[in-house]
Design a protein around this ligand. Sequence first.
Ligand SMILES: C[S@@+](CC[C@H](N)C(=O)[O-])C[C@H]1O[C@@H](n2cnc3c(N)ncnc32)[C@H](O)[C@@H]1O
Ligand SMILES: [Zn+2]
Length: 386
Amino acid sequence: METRKITEGTTEVEVPSAAIEDKLPVNSPVFYNSHMELNRDITVAATSVFVKENFDFEERPPSEIDYVDAMAASGIRGLRIANEIGLRTTLNDWDAGACDFIKQNIKLNDLSDIAETSCRNANTLLHEKRFNIVDLDPFGSPAPYLDAASRSAVNLLEVTATDTAPLCGAHLNSGIRKYAAVALNNEYHSEMGLRILLGSIARHLARHEKGMEVLLSHATRHYVRAYVGIKSGAKNADRTLKELGYVTHCDNCSYREWKKGYSVFMEQTCPECGTEMKSGGLLWLGKLHDSIFCSKVMEEIEKRPLGKKKKACKIIQTCLDELDIPFFYDQHRLCKQLSVAAPRIEKTIQDLRDKGYAASRTHFSGMSFKTDAPLNVIKSILSNMY
Ligand SMILES: C[S@@+](CC[C@H](N)C(=O)[O-])C[C@H]1O[C@@H](n2cnc3c(N)ncnc32)[C@H](O)[C@@H]1O
Ligand SMILES: [Zn+2]
């Protein structure tokens, strides 16, 4: 088989040439997606910050902290964690061909002391063994692995989901099956998807009497990614579950309302225009980022040799600046409803701030903003009628 060496960060791996050259990764015996280098760069920086800042890890050398890359493919993600941070890493993939590449790549980076291969079903491994840090990076949905990962993870859970259609409401029934939640496929569907995933992670952790703190989460390209710190104990689980709830949305005028709770009364009729509204949930209504953590991730990205440094900084900085409340407004959508030309997004944000409201850009889309202003104020500002 023809292979090629590629470098990410300071780690080199050998992958099948077909994985790089083919448009369809299915044609390669082992999966490698160069577009996910950005995701992996952020993973290295975020994991490194978590390890440095965590009280539980004080006095512990990195080689005594366990990280599992539960779906490792070529091993690139976990190998970067071992090589660039020094954590004791298990690289797992149930595919024998992938495991051969992983073994070879461990040797290539001279990491046999701290990295080991495991060739098992991720669910079996994670049900049997606890790891300080668990990383789930499956094809499509992480849903089938969330229970085992929640049982296994002691300190940090890192999850990628590429099944944006069920998460964002485009495949409603699939979303209900996988995440036990109704996703609304409206203008803020990317934020909806991230919050549905976080809500599902929270409920899985709660079964194991664990709560969570969202340190960083983002929706980028075709995937969503979450980094959640784990707080063990029933009280923390209960506190976490209080952050879940429902949203109602009016497709006609973009009015939305959200309420925390499991059994809540939601208005069915839009108070702005009288249209029947749609309800979505259960989903996470808590914070999407921890600002201190994100600031440290920014510093970490700046000082590391990362291939996608600029893009990674942009994502984290926008997350840092983003007002941490649900849900963003799509300026085009509002302007279309009002039949007015869309102003520059900076002007809208400044106008909202000038009127005494909080407002920011969002990382979800360049043409969207977040604000605590009521919809009628936003619309008056956009129509220059305030
Ligand atoms: C998206 S790829 C992982 C990519 C890798 N983490 C990276 O950053 O390049 C998913 C991998 O999961 C493996 N896989 C799928 N289901 C699995 C399971 N139940 N247990 C273990 N591995 C699994 C596949 O063989 C595939 O190599
Ligand atoms: Zn309405």
